[in-house]
Ligand binder design. Structure first.
Ligand SMILES: [Zn+2]
Length: 112
């Protein structure tokens, strides 16, 4: 699969309000950022999966009045995104929600 195809698939999955990730069928590791070879073992034997859509704040920083950080997912990958809600601190559980930004549907983490 080409990287462009991965981005297109991600856009389609985001548009149906689901959280995609990539699983390597060779080493069994999971990652988020669309790459057509596994960053852990270099295999191109990968597939797009759908996350449960819940996670935990692994790191966060405030920037221009908003919060951003890495969300850790139970499927074993992390993703950098906006974080919304009250009480944004490391370790809090989040659910993934979606909103349109610049004509694209994108995920963000919401402290539940
Ligand atoms: Zn791999």
């Amino acid at each position: 699969m080409k990287v462009d195809d991965l981005y297109n698939e991600y856009d389609k999955i985001f548009a149906s309000n689901k959280m995609p990730f990539i699983k390597c069928k060779t080493c069994d590791k999971a990652y988020y950022y669309p790459r057509n070879v596994c960053p852990f073992c270099g295999s191109s034997n990968i597939e797009i999966m759908i996350s449960s859509g819940t996670g935990e704040i692994y790191s966060c920083t405030e920037f221009k009045g908003g919060f951003y950080g890495i969300i850790k997912f139970p499927e074993g990958f992390g993703a950098y995104m906006n974080i919304d809600g009250d009480n944004i601190v490391i370790g809090r559980n989040v659910i993934i929600k979606f909103r349109e930004i610049g004509g694209k549907i994108l995920p963000y983490a919401y402290v539940d």
